[in-house]
Design a protein around this ligand. Structure first.
Ligand SMILES: C[S@@+](CC[C@H](N)C(=O)[O-])C[C@H]1O[C@@H](n2cnc3c(N)ncnc32)[C@H](O)[C@@H]1O
Length: 225
């Protein structure tokens, strides 16, 4: 139901992952879940880490492999990861968990593959964003929730950029469902931020001013107990 919720393709805020890896400048074992064309995995690899990336879409995996043939990229469902228990010291799911069919199953799998003391960093479309929509593009537009924030539901976003029309098929889950899934998978949340447009980005794109009033995204870092 959201309109124009997705980030510019170039934005990659890896601060949570960097924080999770701060004790190791190289040689960590991150797993990128829902890697798309692999931008985040490439950034982690450039830092010297032994990243393995997965995506359910063979097309996206082909793009990721083409961008870096030396990177290990596998076709796999986030809810059935091809990794051993405790194989990773970091799982990262950047803008992917709202797109997987079985989000609780995907978080459970992250809990299985991340070793004790390891971290899970995720970035999602903020649940308040996916629950409703602005009535117009005005800076003062009312934000309305037609259905329910509390009930999970599917939604679609159609985004046009650089002459390309893209349809994102996603699921709204309330924040509590994410939190409970993390908790029951052995994770304790240690950092949470609600990124949105800032004055500089609105100065460049004034039509985005309404997003100064609500968070676009939710970034979270959890630690495996
Ligand atoms: C919005 S894209 C984000 C891609 C990448 N993480 C990035 O930030 O550029 C979401 C990705 O999640 C993948 N995805 C959706 N369902 C999935 C699933 N069940 N298991 C693994 N990946 C999935 C999609 O194919 C898509 O590449």
């Amino acid at each position: 139901m959201g309109t124009q919720t997705r980030p510019p393709a170039a934005s990659t805020d890896l601060s949570n992952a960097r924080m999770a890896l701060k004790r190791r400048s190289r040689g960590a074992r991150p797993r990128d879940i829902g890697c798309g064309e692999g931008r985040v995995a490439r950034d982690l690899k450039a830092l010297g880490h032994n990243v393995v990336a997965v995506d359910v879409s063979p097309t996206m995996v082909d793009f990721a492999k083409a961008a870096d043939p030396s990177m290990k990229v596998l076709v796999a469902d986030a809810a059935r990861l091809p990794f051993d228990d405790g194989a990773a010291d970091l799982a990262i799911a950047f803008m992917s968990l709202q797109d997987v069919d079985d989000m609780p199953g995907a978080i459970h799998e992250a809990g299985r593959i991340v070793e004790r003391g390891g971290a899970f960093c995720l970035s999602i479309v903020h649940p308040i964003n996916s629950a409703g929509r602005f009535e117009s593009l005005d800076a003062a537009a009312r934000f309305v929730i037609d259905n329910s924030y509390l009930e999970a539901h599917r939604y679609r976003d159609v985004i046009e950029r650089d002459g390309l029309r893209m349809t994102f098929s996603s699921r709204h889950w309330p924040l509590e469902t994410y939190f409970r899934s993390l908790q029951s998978s052995g994770f304790a949340v240690e950092a949470l931020t609600e990124p949105t447009e800032n004055p500089e980005s609105v100065a460049q794109r004034p039509a985005r001013a309404r997003w100064r009033r609500l968070p676009l995204f939710l970034d979270l870092r959890a630690r495996k107990r």
